[in-house]
Ligand binder design. Sequence first.
Ligand code: UDX
Length: 434
Amino acid sequence: MKITFVGTGYVGLVSGVMMSHLGHEVICLDVDKNKIDLLKNKKLPIFEHGLQEYLDKYSDTNRLKFVDCYDEKISDSECVFITVGTPPKKDGEADLSGIFSSIKQLCQYTNQDCYFIIKSTVPPGTCESIQKFIYDQGYKNEIISNPEFLREGSAVEDFIKPDRIIVGKQSQKAIEVMRNIYKPLLEQGIKIVETDLSTAELIKYTSNSFLATKIAFINEISDLCEAVGADIVKLTQGVGLDGRIGNKFFNPGPGFGGSCFPKDILALQKLAKKADSDFLVLDAVIKSNTHRPQIMLKKILDALGGSVNDKNIGILGLTYKAKTDDIRSSPAVAIIELLKAQRANIVAYDPEGMLKAKQYFKDLVCAKSALEAIANADAMVILTEWPEFTLLDFNKVKELMNTPIIIDLRNILEPDKMSKIGFKYYSLGRKNVC
Ligand code: UDX
């Protein structure tokens, strides 16, 4: 099929490139000329594991093209996926201006039997209001809801092997079109859940909010483990073996971040309030996660005798999780700001996030390697679970540091190993080694 994607961010670019892999003729459209120029030269504007090979392969065919404006090139599209951002406004409500401006342009440049498929995360009721907007403009294009469940860092794999495909539709023809689009995945046994527009939209918010709730829950359980002397690793193993619970998204950390969870739980909270439907669990999750950087700061202060004033802190990890370059809503950013307010001297390193971090922090002292970041440090603080941090030569690390103190807020190191080398080692939900 001839498919256009509007918006080449993490979701749109991965989905567009991978749709060409499924055999479709794809045009990826973005009004950001710089992004499109990079893509035309087979360069990725984002760090996404495994995507480059597909970009290289399909850019040389006529199955994948990149354009930076709405014009006749997209006029024979059979369907258009909308994958533009829906960032939170000040009050937490999703900003849908990008969606409506795209739809307005698409109505002018596509045929009326072209389906507009909303893949961006939008509050329930949005697709219905877009459909009304299209009819009010005098057009007949049908809206379909097809939310995505791609995780940054594993988006290519998540596209090829989704747990399910969610389709919100208004007509039988629409579901036939969606089955045709995803045919190669359906032939592998992937299930499509067909429903109405609003239910499809709410499935997305519910999924992300539940995952965020599970993470906030295990974060507070890990704090309780520290208070009562229990071990979070054995606990998550023991609880996670319950088939109804599972051990995924059950690892404690400095809080959940990224461009989705924080935004989606706020949008859902806003929706509940608008619907006059209490959502006390979500209120608690937001409060818990917002407060978590303060808890992490206290852990760092306690490890350093109550103050970080003029102390050298080597920060390892700036991105909101490993395998991405994204620092949006990263707990590392919040924790660094708290440490700076306590007058700590910070040197930071991240394998992929340095460029974005320098754009965010004008005065951040950036190291070119983990060893450079912890040289002369009074403490090493691990904020992101990059595998390379586990492979450091910790005997060399100990030599380079002023004092051998490690605060591991991702539990990626082994307490016994750290103890044998002579570190004071602090982590989450496990006994401290000091
Ligand atoms: C999320 C959803 O998983 C995905 O389905 C949706 O399409 C987009 O939002 P993403 O934001 O890329 O994906 O990251 P994810 O891997 O879900 O992690 C989100 C946050 O939770 C990160 O800050 C991560 O560090 C944290 N996390 C995750 C934990 O703290 N513990 C865990 O066990 C898992």
